[in-house]
Design a protein around this ligand. Structure first.
Ligand SMILES: Cc1cc2nc3c(=O)[nH]c(=O)nc-3n(C[C@H](O)[C@H](O)[C@H](O)COP(=O)(O)OP(=O)(O)OC[C@H]3O[C@@H](n4cnc5c(N)ncnc54)[C@H](O)[C@@H]3O)c2cc1C
Length: 123
């Protein structure tokens, strides 16, 4: 039984895990990746304290910081969450986990427009 399960390993989920783990709460992060949307950018320039850092490096640093306080990470996709008595059952594509609380930080997934791009001729 975990104290907290965080769904999502983007900036929000990583930060949440850092905070809960640092408070001594047993914390499991279930995520499809580390960094979420931030890993799509080579340069973050608006994060206080960093002149410029890649999204990937930023995410890895926060993950390591959370791990120093014993946060656990598993690369799994959450498929469902069920309230059971006084706890939650979180189901992923790889297993089931019990937790007292859940933090949802699954962010955004872009929707493919399925538009065909035609090259413009003669410009
Ligand atoms: C190209 C680009 C450049 C950007 N540059 C900047 C910048 O320079 N500065 C800035 O401040 N912001 C920038 N942003 C915005 C920033 O990346 C987002 O605001 C931030 O990533 C949002 O974090 P989040 O944790 O809320 O969500 P997300 O980053 O969307 O993370 C969601 C996480 O949840 C996981 N997830 C989703 N569904 C499930 C599931 N069912 N089970 C398990 N895991 C799941 C995903 O895999 C992901 O890890 C940029 C965004 C993009 C796309």
């Amino acid at each position: 039984m975990y104290d907290v399960i965080v769904v999502g390993g983007g900036a929000a989920g990583l930060t949440a895990a850092l905070y809960t783990a640092r408070q001594g709460m047993s914390t499991l992060v279930l995520t499809k990746d580390i960094g979420g949307q931030a890993i799509l950018t080579p340069s973050i320039e608006n994060y206080p304290g960093f002149e410029s850092i890649s999204g990937l490096e930023f995410a890895e640093r926060v993950k390591e910081q959370a791990e120093r306080f014993n946060a656990e990470f598993r690369y799994e996709e959450v498929k469902g969450i069920e309230a059971v008595d006084d706890y939650y059952l979180v189901r992923s594509n790889m297993g089931e986990y019990e937790t007292i609380s859940v933090i949802l930080a699954f962010g955004k997934t872009p929707r493919d427009l399925n538009v065909t791009f035609l090259e413009r001729q003669g410009l």
